[in-house]
Design a protein around this ligand. Structure first.
Ligand code: KG4
Ligand code: ZN
Length: 333
């Protein structure tokens, strides 16, 4: 029996989870509301909030799991990539906690954790290797070919902004608040996705580029606002639906190509943007049309959470891959 306490603090969510043999016993997430008023994550405020949240969150995770500290076999933590000040809180906590209990530490890469969230045992089917995973978050957009839990080949990735970043920027242009992804998703439900067209860039292979889409959205609105100062207000739902459709179609076009070229029949999505309802529905359609199997994570595993760190730590623990107490966090992936 392997019982792991996992810690995630790479950005603006403080999270702790307990997993036993790959099954989730608890997954506590404290989201930091403080950033909303600034329209983005303020690193200095994020690390302070992590500092306040970390002990109560770990305490709640152990309590909800009904697991005592002495029952833990290891502490898993996100080492990077992420914001340095945020990571340092989780990393320092994990090190001291593991040292105090005399149990091993397992370092986890945040991106691998997002992908491995598909292996949290909840009784449902898990992907079989090899499979493809589209990792789409606020910081990353990658098409990965997974040959084993830790053999992830990057087939393609964004050369500039991440998909989540592009969505958040479009939301900011429309003054919808931060993070914009969930707001655009909600407003888009009432809009016409074909109301407006935004060009997607021609880019080689399986790579992406999102900065052009954001710029064409910005220029389009600037022109329309000259004629009608209330243009955004009057067309909010259509704008959200149209930009969302543009981004989702672009994402899935490359995924389809990559899956065909690599002869894989299982496609997963992961990361914050995988919570997007259109992306989820369109992936399902694509997989039905191609007779592939789609793996769509439950909402709690899409955005940052410690359960995904726990499952990555679980597999590393089984391989005997332990971390040194002197390991520093890293900010880039
Ligand atoms: O994985 P995540 O929680 O943090 C990073 O590691 O970046 O992803 C956050 C991103 C943000 O850009 C947010 O706007 C986006 O995920 N997001 C969504 C939705 N929910 C979160 N984007 C589109 N639709 C959603 N429903
Ligand atoms: Zn993330």
């Amino acid at each position: 029996m392997v019982t792991i306490l996992a810690i995630e603090s790479s950005c603006d969510d403080t999270s702790a989870a307990v997993l036993r043999d790959g099954r989730m016993l608890s997954n506590v997430i404290a989201s930091q509301k403080i950033h909303e008023q600034y329209g983005g994550v303020v690193p200095e405020l994020a690390s302070r909030a992590h500092q306040q949240n970390i002990i109560p969150v770990v305490d709640a995770a152990l309590r909800q799991a009904g697991v005592g500290k002495e029952e833990l076999d290891a502490v898993g933590f996100t080492r990077g990539p992420g914001l340095m000040g945020s990571l340092m809180v989780g990393v320092s906590f994990a090190k001291s906690f593991a040292q105090a209990l005399g149990i091993p530490l397992v370092e986890v890469n945040h991106l691998q954790a997002h992908v491995l969230s598909h292996f949290i045992d909840n009784g449902g089917p898990m992907p079989q290797f090899p499979f493809l995973c589209l990792l789409v978050s606020g910081g990353h957009t990658q098409i990965l070919l997974l040959r084993s839990h830790f053999d992830m080949e990057v087939l393609g990735q964004t050369i500039d902004d991440a998909a989540g970043e592009a969505i958040d920027k479009a939301a900011k242009i429309m003054d919808l608040g931060y993070p914009g992804g969930p707001v655009i998703d909600r407003l888009a439900q009432e809009g016409n996705p074909d109301a407006f067209r935004f060009a997607t860039p021609q880019i080689q292979g399986y790579d992406y580029s999102f900065s052009g889409i954001k710029t064409s959205f910005l220029y389009f609105l600037r022109d329309r606002l000259k004629e009608d100062p209330d243009f955004i207000e009057n067309h909010k739902a259509d704008l959200c639906a149209s930009i969302q459709k543009t981004i989702v179609a672009f994402l899935l076009k490359k995924v389809e190509r990559a899956a065909l070229d690599h002869h894989v029949k299982q496609v997963a999505i992961a990361g914050g943007v995988s919570a997007n309802s259109l992306l989820r529905a369109e992936l399902q359609h694509l997989c039905e049309r191609r007779h592939w199997q789609a793996f769509i994570p439950p909402f709690t595993f899409c955005t940052d959470n410690a359960a995904m760190v726990g499952i990555a730590a679980h597999y590393k623990y089984l391989r005997g891959e332990f971390a040194d107490l002197s390991l520093p966090p890293y900010t880039r992936g």
